[in-house]
Write a protein that binds this ligand. Sequence first.
Ligand code: HEC
Length: 126
Amino acid sequence: MKRGKFAILLVAVLLTAAACHYDWIAAEAAAPIDPDQEVSFSATILPLFSENCTSCHKGGGVAPNLTPESAYSQISTSKYINTGSPGQSLIYRAVAPGMSLPGHKTLTSSQAALLLAWISQGAQNN
Ligand code: HEC
């Protein structure tokens, strides 16, 4: 009985610690972004793709095509974007610091935070 109570307490402590850890990561990733400020796809995300991605991700290159004419239609699918769990989106995971594809281009944490904020705000063609 005593051991049972201890086990429950231990699980509670671990879950609390895990919750704090998660909050800390989310807070750090979002730090450079004002949560009330809308991230524009055309003004912010497309230039980020053009500067960092389209040397490879272009027509006739590696999918998805991230050039301005094609990027939105290419990535607005459930394969690349998950607005329910923005951090799970492949377009983010492929390039975010600490989780990017092996040997792949990695964004700075503030660039990645912009991309994540745009997805969190509904991944609109804005
Ligand atoms: C130097 C070339 C290069 C650059 C620059 C590059 N990528 Fe990639 N990317 C690739 C290659 C090659 C792959 C395919 C497989 C791999 O690396 O695992 C890929 C895969 C991906 C995938 C997964 C595609 C899929 O359908 O599975 C995504 C998403 C992606 N890149 C996004 C980006 C974004 C966003 C940027 C810019 C921030 C970027 N890439 C910059 C070469 C590049």
